[in-house]
Design a protein around this ligand. Structure first.
Ligand SMILES: C[S@@+](CC[C@H](N)C(=O)[O-])C[C@H]1O[C@@H](n2cnc3c(N)ncnc32)[C@H](O)[C@@H]1O
Length: 469
């Protein structure tokens, strides 16, 4: 048997990437799952690498004076809001520092001092979308197991971190408005009262699979219930009864017989109400209000209010003139493109999900915007000299790729297009720094603005303004 390595009475120094914390033992770095800077702990090492260790705290000798009381009863078990025990101000400092660290470590370029991070006005109930999973294999606490009693194993909630098959039953989640808690709990109770089988994620048996709840600042709501087969006699009474209990704008279900819960490739049955909900956004704090339609498959920034602040920054950095052609890369449902359109000659949005492009076009016409165009396809294949010849060479490029960052071929093309400004929005400062390194020969970093879209998580958004050298 391998010998257990335990480091005793170690002081946790700081927050590290991916929500971990960090300590140093004999000049070696230890990344720790859990804890807070200032805690004195014993750490059990779970992984030994050449230049660092990974571990978990097993004994807390003293707790950091900076700690605060977490507000959620699920804290510690749920993987959701792991930083509730840290004051929000401190979370924001850590996030800003994370951006700077990534830029220093990965980026081989000069950059100015990062602006102060823009915190989220709402620290709780800020999400407009949550996804819950049904399971007949509920996560049991040690206390529950110790009772030795026969326990109800059905759950509707979130995955236990690192466990695809174990679900934590959620009673109250502080991430989405309370209608979400009420709907979820009602559906679980109805299913239990009516003995509708919860899904088993290992052997793929059972009926109720997954529940997505979307809400908007306009007070509208949408549910998408995923079930494992075509049984109208089960799903219809459930959704009818739900419709009597709650005022839900859009009630939908999906029959999913696949092994996974993605439903982009499946038909969505609009059972009651509209096929979409609406979100509104003020443009740059003006009276100009945009309305966006959000369908069951549409992407929309998850923190609606903070998205408005994020787009304001994009607009400010982009500094678009009325004669400018703008490209909005990774446009999703065209929200940024439509948001900045009033300043530009025209904006072209590029995105590979055709349904999102269709939504983007609907959103443009809904808001009487006639100077946006949207093109569906992989940007790596779309962005070419033929494309710029056809659509006009852009003066400004806005890019908002997923966590993986931009494909090297796209970065190469940006070097050839030579737009005078690039505004790079990213949810992963590591890949952002990597991409900017590749652009360094042609572009200079002018501004760095970290933004917090997700309080109590380690995630950070960062907006960078690049100017052609
Ligand atoms: C972070 S989201 C962008 C969100 C959008 N800018 C907004 O604010 O609503 C990234 C988008 O890039 C799209 N995407 C990812 N890789 C792509 C690629 N290679 N070509 C085109 N679109 C891609 C995804 O479908 C997703 O909609």
């Amino acid at each position: 048997m391998r010998k257990k390595i335990i480091f005793e009475r170690v002081k946790i120094e700081e927050v590290a990437a991916e929500g971990k914390t960090m300590a140093r033992v004999d000049n070696k770095v230890v990344f720790i799952r859990g804890g807070a800077p200032g805690d004195i702990v014993d750490i059990r090492i779970t992984n030994k690498r050449k230049s660092f260790f990974e571990g978990v705290p097993i004994v807390f000798h003293s707790l950091s004076p900076d700690r605060i009381e977490p507000f959620c009863t699920h804290f510690g078990t749920c993987g959701g809001c792991k930083w509730q025990h840290l004051p929000y101000k401190m979370q924001l400092e850590f996030k800003r520092q994370q951006v700077i660290d990534n830029f220093e470590r990965i980026g081989q370029f000069e950059f100015p001092q990062a602006r102060p991070i823009l915190g989220s006005e709402e620290e709780q109930f800020y999400r407009n979308k949550l996804e819950f999973t049904f399971s007949d294999s509920r996560w049991l606490t040690k206390e529950e197991i110790d009772t030795g009693e026969e326990l109800n194993r059905n759950a509707l909630g979130f995955h236990i971190p690192g466990r695809f098959d174990k679900i934590l039953d959620i009673e109250k989640c502080f991430l989405q408005s309370d209608i979400s808690n009420d709907i979820r709990n009602w559906i679980r109770d109805y299913a239990l009262d009516n003995s509708i089988p919860f899904y088993n994620l290992r052997n793929h048996e059972g009926y109720l699979r997954n529940l997505i709840i979307r809400t908007s600042t306009t007070g509208q709501s949408m549910i998408i219930l995923q079930v494992a087969g075509n049984k109208p006699e089960v799903v219809e009474p459930l959704l009818n009864e739900l419709g009597h209990k709650f005022e839900i704008t859009s009630v939908n279900y999906v029959i999913n017989t696949k092994k996974n819960d993605t439903f982009q490739d499946l038909d969505v049955v609009n059972f009651a109400g509209k096929a979409f909900i609406e979100e509104t956004m003020l443009v740059n704090g003006s009276k100009n209000k945009l309305t966006f339609r959000i369908g069951p498959k549409s992407f929309y920034q998850t923190n609606s209010k903070q998205a408005e602040q994020l787009y304001k920054i994009v607009l400010e950095m982009a500094d678009i003139a009325k004669t400018d052609v703008v490209y909005d890369l990774y446009t999703g449902t065209g929200t940024i493109a439509n948001y900045v359109a009033h300043r530009a000659k025209k904006v072209i949005g590029l995105e590979y999900v055709p349904e999102s492009i269709a939504d983007a076009k609907v959103n443009a016409s809904l808001n009487n915007i006639d100077n946006t165009e949207f093109v569906a396809g992989d940007i790596k294949d779309l962005l070419s000299h033929e494309f710029t010849n056809e659509h006009g060479n852009p003066e400004v490029i806005i890019t908002d790729p997923p966590r993986a960052g931009m494909h090297p071929a796209i970065v190469e093309m940006l070097k050839e297009i030579k737009a005078k400004r690039i505004v790079y929005v990213s949810c992963n400062p590591a890949t952002q720094a990597r991409d900017i390194s590749m652009l360094d020969e042609h572009y200079k970093v002018i501004e760095l603005q970290p933004v917090d879209m997700f309080p109590h998580t380690h995630h950070v958004e960062n907006v960078v303004l690049l100017e052609l050298r």
